[in-house]
Each structure stands twice: as C-alpha cells, then as structure tokens.
Design a protein around this ligand. Structure first.
Ligand code: FMN
Length: 314
C-alpha cells in the first residue's frame, strides 16, 4: 500500500509536521498556504536552513535512567519548560480565526514563550488576558516611530514580558511564488479566486461574518478604515524603514525598560556582542525563514557559551 500523510481534519491524528502541512494544504486556499510555505526569490535560504537542521544530530547515550526527563532551560532569565518558543507569524488570523490566541494558549499550556507578531489580528491586550503565559511582542521599526512608542506603552500596560525587534525586514522581501498568485498587487488571479470558492470551511471560519480580518496592534499607523489585512499590506510595505540601524536599537532601548530582544541579526559574531553592549539588549539568533532575505546566511547554531551567558540563556 502506498505511504500517505494524514490530511484530514482531526489534529490528534497528525503525527508530525508533514501531516500538519498536508492538513493545511487541504484546508487553506492556495494564496494563504503559499504565504506560509514560500520563501523569497528562488528559496535558496529556505532550503539551506532546512538542510542545516537536517544535518544536526544528537549524540545518544543509552543505559541511563530516563524515567524522569526534564528539558527545561533558563531562557532570557526565566525558566521555560523546553528550549523552544513559538516565533511571531503575521497574518495568523488569515489562517484560522483568532489564530494568535490559539497559538498563545498552546504555548502557555506547553510552558514556553509565545511571540506575538505586530501584524496580528487580535489586540495584544486580549491575547495576554485570554492566553496567559509568557508573551513577548514582536515589532518592526516603521518609519512612523511614534506608533512604535505607543505600542511599547500598550505592551507595558498589558504586562508583555519582552519586546522583540525584527531586523531582517528593513526592505520588503520578494516572494516570487506568492506574487505568482496575483495579477496585480492584492488582486488574485482567476485560478486563485476559484480556489477560494473551493474552501467554504475556510471562508466560514475566517471571513464570516465580517470579511477579511483586521490588524489590531498597529494603532494609527494605518489610515482610518484601512486596517484590513488586504488593504493594509501596501501601506505596511511602505512603512518598513530601510534606514534601520544600531541607533534605532538604542532608541528603543531607552524607550522600553524591560527585556529587549533583537531578532534575526546578521551572521557575524561581532553583532551579537554589540547587541549585548547596546545597553543590555539581548541578541536572539532566531533563524529567518528566508522569507525576507535571500542568499544570506543566518544563525543556525546556539551561541557559544560566553555569549549565551551574556544573553541570559543557560
Ligand atoms: C508565515 C510566516 C509569517 C511570519 N511573520 C513574521 C512576523 O510577523 N514577524 C517576524 O519577526 N517574523 C515573522 N516570521 C519569521 C518567523 O518568526 C521565524 O523567524 C522564521 O519562520 C524561522 O523560524 P522557523 O525555522 O521555526 O520557521 C514569519 C514566518 C512565517 C513562515
């Protein structure tokens, strides 16, 4: 009999990421699936990232009592049940209604941190209130810095533990597979429009009753009435600030008195040291998905012990 991944609806029957991927393929319209699946340009970075993970191996030790296992670690000064976190993914509300709350709740149940993307469709206050657990807020440095200052204030008032500033998106990545679904910006081609109609369950879950989900954490960054995930995309692309530099990290450091994590900084050891020097900002080598930058090398390995200690990882 032919081997087959599970692609049904019962998440309990998914035994691995490949099953979950197959389920998503079935459930989502192509343009949504492609947003999650695709990398930028010819996807070389995406492939290389996967290859590096595939090559990593554990050195197994047998004949040791493993009845009680513990994989908890100290992550940025706090105990975490496992050396993982759920990284920020924007537009999650387009995949599943209130997807951000679902992911944050799953992270809380697993005892690991959840990083809420600033391009999320549930207000950060709601995510904190409804999910509990350790929640970090991811931000981009938009040209309109005041909106970031307001977001920092909101995050502090809501009890967000850390700000995570993403540094690999100073310009918008070119996701060619994504672009192929559109005849012009925001206008799906007829094949994709037809494909949306073939997914009534997704339409009922995501679009009913109010249409496209709306961004809930961007405040007045978007013009009034233009906060739907469809209408806002062009404005957001224009808001990304290519002049982003270490000065901005210092600015944010002064503004935000709690943990500040610099995400996806470049692959040079000197940069992580500099992060730590810039008034105790922490450098977090979360790999980039290869969805903004192409043909660039990303951090794939744990920092060496000296920078691990400096960054509060143990
Ligand atoms: C669909 C999708 C959306 C993402 N959205 C964001 C985002 O809003 N902000 C951000 O900093 N990173 C974003 N990322 C990057 C991820 O946070 C993460 O760095 C990347 O996926 C690498 O981790 P992985 O190897 O576990 O996928 C996104 C990635 C994907 C695949």
């Amino acid at each position: 009999m032919e081997r087959r991944l599970y692609a049904g609806r019962d998440v309990k029957r998914a035994h691995g990421i490949d099953d979950l991927r197959a389920m998503a393929r079935q459930r989502l319209p192509n343009f949504c699936f492609e947003y999650v699946e695709g990398g930028s340009e010819d996807e070389a970075t995406l492939r290389r990232n996967r290859d590096v993970f595939r090559e990593l191996a554990f050195l197994p030790r047998t004949l040791v009592n493993v009845e009680k296992r513990n994989q908890s670690v100290t992550l940025f000064g706090e105990r975490s049940a496992a050396p993982f976190m759920i990284g920020p993914t924007g537009y999650s509300g387009l995949m599943f209604r209130e997807g951000d709350v679902k992911m944050a709740s799953a992270a809380a149940a697993a005892g690991i941190p959840f990083v809420l993307s600033n391009v999320s469709t549930v207000a950060l206050e709601d995510v904190v209130r409804r999910a509990g657990g350790r929640i970090w807020m991811q931000v981009y440095m938009y040209r309109t810095r005041e909106s970031l200052a307001k977001l920092a204030q909101r995050s502090e008032a809501a009890g967000i533990e850390a700000l995570v500033v993403t540094t690999d998106s100073a310009v918008f990545g070119k996701r060619e597979w994504d672009l192929r679904n559109y005849v012009e910006p925001l206008k799906l081609d007829w094949r994709n429009k037809f494909d949306v109609l073939r997914h009534p369950r997704w339409m009922a879950n995501v679009l009913w009753p109010s249409g496209m989900p709306r961004f809930a954490n961007l405040g007045d960054l978007l013009p009034p009435g233009q906060n739907s995930v469809k209408g806002a995309t062009i404005t957001l692309g224009q808001q990304l600030d290519p002049s982003l530099s270490w000065d901005d990290i210092r600015w944010l450091r002064d503004l935000w008195p709690h943990r500040l994590i610099v995400k996806a900084c470049s692959a040079r050891p000197m940069h992580s040291k500099r992060c730590v020097r810039v008034s105790t900002a922490l450098c977090c080598r979360i790999t980039a998905a290869g969805n903004s930058t192409e043909r660039s090398r990303r951090w794939m390995y744990c920092p060496r012990s000296s920078s691990r200690q400096a960054a509060g990882c143990a």
